[in-house]
Design a protein around this ligand. Structure first.
Ligand code: NAD
Length: 421
């Protein structure tokens, strides 16, 4: 039978597996298998040539038992409701595992942002806010950047939202530029948090990161910062990176500034001269210590998992490893650190940003990183403790399941206390 690659079916499959292990109440499971609310919107947008083009957008509130929905917005030509539903479920588990007071949500617009100019992107973003206005806001659903959306997108969002609300509402979106009250440390928070998880994972595996090599798939927002910060936070060299055009590899290490300069000038890392050119598949299969998928979902599957040679897979992207691949990596004793722990740094600093916006008091960068490190390390320790708790009862569960059990249990308890079942 062909492997299931529908992200929402995968999210449900993972939840079902966790529910079985933790013996979750059936009524709670029935609520948690589906999103609470799904909105599809039609967006007429004025283009720069004077014509009007219509786009489709989505916003999903998966679960709000622990707080307002929270999640990013993607602009992508292949965006679809199943991806958004899956990502909104993973946001629910991510916020719960980090133990921050948010539920899960996600949004997206089917479009090719590379084919739109700034005028059209701004019009599209503002149309989206007008369409979902009643469905979002600082106490309802707080949006954030994700694939192909940026701090500038967030600035347009809070501006349109504030205009409709008749007052400034900086807390309606996070990941904003500092000038409109973004948070210090938000831009690189997802990558920094992931590298804190890598630091803790290496301690756990008794592995020396100072001599380790890293390959990063996708040097966009998140992967780009991981590339920049790897040496500083964990002391390892990055030997391979990629973007949608392909990969490059140099076993002596790649210089961040030089590679990113080449990408800026010619649009792809492959234009960098001092490295071997590889395909994205070859990057995944390199003989490195740490592999960081930081692009899109379904990259390590039943097809290629047995070719992975890294000792640690650090899932900085959402959903990069399929359930079939999960099992193969476990058999190969590769430590696969799950997405909703690894990339929770972004939403954690988004929480700090929202807190700063609603209180009007702003923190310095040091404070942000210190608090982020504390929360990530706590989540890591919680997950390892949960895995050991099951091991003591004679049951082996992987790190993803340990993380799921903690996250789902917190949401289920909140629903129960609120009388949802
Ligand atoms: P982005 O658009 O900035 O970057 C994505 C990168 O992946 C780009 O460089 C693109 O060229 C590359 N890419 C696309 N397809 C590829 C392929 N097949 N092979 C190799 N590279 C490919 O997006 P982002 O915000 O960095 O998000 C990346 C991942 O991280 C997504 O899964 C996203 O959901 C997740 N994430 C993002 C954040 C955040 O704060 N931005 C937080 C948590 C998780």
């Amino acid at each position: 039978m062909a492997e299931e690659l529908n992200p929402f079916k995968i999210a449900q499959q993972q939840l079902d597996e966790a529910a079985k292990i933790m013996k979750l109440d059936k009524q709670a499971l029935a609520i948690l298998r589906e999103p609470a609310e799904v909105l599809t919107v039609n967006l007429p947008v004025r283009m720069s040539n004077g014509t009007t083009k219509t786009f489709t957008g989505f916003r999903v509130h998966y679960n709000t038992a622990r707080g307002p929905a929270k999640g990013g917005i993607r602009f992508h030509p292949q965006e679809n409701l199943d991806t958004v539903r899956a990502l909104s479920a993973w946001m629910t588990w991510k916020c719960s595992l980090a133990n921050i007071p948010f539920g899960g949500g996600k949004g997206g617009i089917i479009c090719d942002p590379k084919q739109l100019n700034d005028f059209e992107l701004e019009n599209l973003t503002r149309a989206y806010v007008r369409a979902i206005y009643k469905f979002m806001g600082p106490a309802i659903d707080i949006v954030a950047p994700d694939v192909y959306t940026t701090p500038q997108t967030m600035a347009w969002i809070i501006d349109e939202y504030s205009k409709i609300a008749g007052q400034n509402e900086f807390g309606a979106a996070t990941g904003k530029p500092l000038e409109v009250w973004g948070s210090e440390g938000r831009s690189d928070a997802t990558a920094a948090g992931g590298l804190y998880v890598l630091r803790e994972s290496a301690k756990f595996k008794k592995m020396n990161l100072k001599t380790a090599s890293i390959a990063i798939q996708g040097v966009g927002n998140v992967g780009g910062y991981a590339f920049e910060l790897a040496k500083k936070i964990v002391g390892s060299k990055v030997v391979a990176v990629s973007d949608s055009e392909g990969a490059i590899y140099n076993k002596k290490g790649l210089d961040y500034n030089k590679v990113m300069d080449a990408k800026k000038k010619k649009g792809t890392v492959q234009s960098y001269g001092d490295a071997e050119k590889l395909t994205n598949d070859q990057l995944l299969e390199l003989n490195v210590d740490v592999l960081i998928p930081a692009a899109l979902e379904n990259q390590i599957t039943g097809q290629n998992a047995d070719k992975i040679k890294a000792k640690i897979v650090l899932e900085l992207a959402n959903g990069p490893v399929t359930p079939e691949a999960d099992k193969i990596l476990a058999e190969k004793k590769i430590l696969d650190m799950p997405d909703f722990l690894v990339n929770s740094g972004g939403v954690t600093v988004s929480y700090f940003e929202w807190l700063q916006n609603i209180s009007g008091y702003y923190w310095e960068a040091d404070e942000v990183y210190k608090r982020l490190d504390k929360i990530i390390t706590r989540s890591f320790n919680d997950v390892i403790a949960k895995q050991q708790e099951y091991a003591k009862q004679g049951q082996t569960i992987n790190i993803r399941m340990a993380a799921y059990i903690i996250a789902v249990d917190r949401v289920a308890k909140a629903m129960k206390l609120r009388g949802w079942y």
